[in-house]
Design a protein around this ligand. Structure first.
Ligand code: SMO
Length: 740
């Protein structure tokens, strides 16, 4: 199964809650170049995970969603009467059954930008193929599927909806000087891609009296509780949302969906358990998509090779509804430019287009990959035009370590970093000079080979996260985090943090997450923020617990757990609740060198090597960090080389299955990977971490694109289109037009 490779490490970590197996040596280089480590017992998958679909009780009803087969059409007929009478069918819901439902929430990240909340079921018009029109609830999935065939649904084409809104603009500095040395232009389209979790979306709603428990494969259980409760007019206390084991999410499970609302509503109305699970094809069609922006940049260097001006624009084509975080990529893409560089002047505009297409939401990176790829491509192109080495142009333009905290032209504050050190380390670790010489030799021998560099920044979240600690009467420590997990190894990392901070044996610590009834509030797993913000919340809770213990004992020094518990026995349990807010955002950074070889006969690209230096600040668990790098790299590689959702002019998804949509497999992974790190200190959060979860999707595709352009430079200097398929590369080598 090709889809398994990019998550195999995450799954292994999910099932590995054994503290002792982890490398605790955080000394420099301790985790470099190590292959994925197996436990001594050899167990890679133990089958102990429990996902939403594993929890469906006997007798539960099954929901199947009837979806529009066409886009941009007026509904002329919708007759559910035969379906409603079909064997096993308990209810069929259409828009008429929704009543006066409050809208789903959309994060108003950009002031005055239009908000278009979800349409739960189509009413009068369908915007996109795949849009939910009716929900059939039946005794079995098969009965519901059979009944769906009996729905009479007819439409008449109408005009596609649209409209373009400029949502953000940054204009800073003076226009480029007339005596500018070099001016280059880049156009880059970022194809729509599928977040593609191993576990498709799933919802299970269980009524319990007036209340409901909803098991949901989600990144944000608390927000899901609030959204679902508001839309269904339930008190938040009536609804408990639990994210059990979640088989990957990547932004695709960051917000609630129409199916979650329908499933919960049906369970509440019918007083019976109702479950829904997307099929793989349904997931391609109706889960949110990622990326989907067109971008352009014009970069001017002065005659000393410094960036005099950057003019850039993003045009995001968002789709027909906005999930909660629809504006996150839009806002990130614009605010991150010009990335790790200083620029004399910037002029950046971000436009948003609403169209009759499936919704766009965050996907691992969420605007960061788009910004990095555009900037890194422009910088490389300028280097070539000015006759500078890719390392040299970056060194001339990067923000020096002495300049932090650095106010960027888009109004951001970069907290810390050492970009020059990243480049130095990368140049040495990759044997760059030697590889360049080798490239020349191989080229002379007829090979098509390229080296591509990317330097990137990764903002890691603002706001708050929660933690709760309870010291139990038996001396055990029970921890809860609002930063729910999808296999990141949160339990392991946080128990490690608590063990270090409190001197308590790890086997006496339990870490819980993902249950809105256990912890009142939380954000979840998003935006590379769980360790920077979530672990900081846990650290602050631990410190407060220790103070509380000392106060209770009337001592100034902590006596150790065993003594404390014995002396406190009458006063246990002791609890602390923490809501931790960061004062500002931490910005991680990194540098990647990709080496590629392209087969001159077939255009097939082979990634020969990736050398990658990351700066994630203070590292909580080196092995889990490495897992994030590997997983992000696989997804970044997929986006650069093979992944693309294709929707034709009639709105039909042409890549609705794994027969048509390529995800990276083991054989596609780089032949050689060398990971290394530098550590710069951040004061942006209590723990001192910067994010790392999205890094692979940011730096790796930009480096791969630059490597492919470098490889093809003897043939063409045109901007390659993504993904870098063998046909595209072959056409570029043979000076043939690219297919659309
Ligand atoms: S793309 Mo992430 O779930 O913020």
């Amino acid at each position: 199964m090709g889809s398994q490779i990019k998550f195999s490490l995450a799954f292994w970590l999910l099932h590995d809650r054994g503290y002792g197996a982890l490398a605790r040596d955080q000394s420099e280089n301790s985790w470099i170049g190590q292959p994925v480590r197996r436990r001594e017992d050899g167990a890679l998958l133990r089958g102990h995970g429990r996902f939403t679909d594993d929890l469906v009780p006997p007798g539960a009803l099954h929901m199947v969603v009837f979806r529009s087969t066409v886009a941009s059409a007026r509904i002329t007929e919708l007759d559910i009467s035969d379906a409603a009478r079909a064997p096993g069918v308990v209810a069929v819901l259409t828009a008429d059954d929704l009543g006066d439902m409050p809208p789903a929430s959309v994060n108003p990240l950009i002031k005055d930008a239009p908000l278009v909340p979800m349409t739960v079921l189509a009413e009068g018009r369908v915007a996109a193929a795949g849009q939910p029109v009716a929900a059939i609830i039946a005794d079995s999935r098969a009965a519901a599927e059979d009944a769906a065939e009996l729905i009479l649904f007819d439409t008449e084409a109408d005009t596609p909806a649209g409209g373009c809104h400029r949502v953000a603009e940054w204009r800073v500095g003076n226009p480029a000087p007339v005596n500018a040395g070099t001016r280059v232009e880049v156009r880059l389209d970022h194809p729509r891609v599928a977040p593609f979790a191993m576990e498709p979306r799933a919802t299970l709603a269980l009524p319990e009296g007036a209340a409901l428990t909803v098991y949901l494969s989600t990144q944000t259980p608390h927000r899901a509780r609030d959204d679902l409760a508001r839309m269904l007019r339930l008190a938040p206390g009536q609804l408990r949302v639990v994210a059990p084991d979640v088989g990957g999410a990547f932004g695709g499970k960051a917000s609630i969906y129409p199916e979650d609302v329908l499933c919960t509503m049906a369970a509440h109305r019918l007083g019976r358990a109702v479950c829904w699970r997307a099929s793989r094809s349904e997931e391609f069609l109706s889960a949110t998509h990622g990326r989907g922006a067109s971008s352009h940049a014009e970069l001017t260097l002065d005659d000393t090779g410094r960036i005099a001006a950057l003019t850039a624009g993003f045009d995001f084509v968002l789709g027909y509804w906005m999930p909660y975080s629809a504006y996150a990529p839009v806002s990130n893409a614009g605010r991150i430019l010009p990335g790790p560089y200083r620029a004399g002047a910037v002029d950046i505009a971000v436009d948003v287009r609403l169209t009759d297409l499936p919704a766009i939401n965050i996907y691992r990176g969420a605007g960061r990959p788009e910004a990095a790829m555009l900037m890194e491509r422009a910088v490389d192109k300028a280097a070539r035009a000015a006759g500078l080495d890719p390392f040299e142009i970056r060194r001339r333009n990067l923000i020096p370590a002495s300049a932090f905290p650095y106010a960027t032209p888009t109004g951001e504050e970069l907290d810390s970093g050492d970009y020059a050190a990243l480049l130095d380390r990368l140049e040495t670790a990759s044997n760059y000079q030697q590889r360049r010489r080798r490239q020349a030799e191989r080229r002379a021998a007829g090979e098509v080979v390229g080296l591509g560099l990317a330097l990137y920044v990764e903002p890691c979240g603002r706001g708050w996260e929660t933690a709760k600690l309870t010291l139990m009467p038996d001396g055990r420590l029970h921890a809860l985090t609002g930063a729910s997990a999808q296999g990141q190894g949160r339990e392991t990392a946080l128990s490690q943090l608590l063990a270090d901070e409190l001197g308590i044996a790890p086997d006496r610590i339990t870490v819980g997450e993902g249950d809105s009834a256990a912890l009142d509030n939380g954000i979840g797993a998003l935006a590379s923020r769980s360790t920077p913000i979530g672990a900081s919340a846990m650290l602050c809770a631990a410190r407060r617990l220790r103070e509380k213990v000392q106060t209770a004992l009337g001592v100034n020094d902590f006596p150790g757990w065993d003594v404390a518990c014995a002396r406190l026995s009458g006063q246990l349990p002791l609890t602390v609740d923490e809501t931790y807010s960061v004062t500002h955002e931490a910005w991680a950074s990194g540098a990647v060198l990709a080496e590629v070889a392209i087969d001159p006969d077939t255009g097939t690209l082979q990634v020969e090597g990736i050398t990658w230096i990351d700066d994630a600040g203070r590292v909580l668990n080196p092995l889990l960090l490495e897992g994030q790098l590997w997983g992000g790299m696989a997804q970044g590689l997929g986006a650069a080389l093979m992944e693309r959702l294709v929707i034709d002019e009639d709105g039909q998804l042409l890549t609705g299955s794994l027969m048509d949509y390529a995800v990276p497999r083991a054989a596609d992974m780089p032949a050689r990977v060398h990971l290394d790190k530098i550590t710069t200190q951040t004061m942006a959060n209590a723990f001192g971490a910067k994010g790392v979860g999205e890094a692979g999707c940011i730096g790796v595709p930009a480096a791969l694109l630059n490597a492919a352009q470098d490889a093809l430079s003897p043939f063409t200097d045109r901007d390659l289109a993504l993904p870098l398929t063998s046909e595209r590369l072959w056409r570029a080598m043979n000076d043939l037009e690219d297919h659309p």
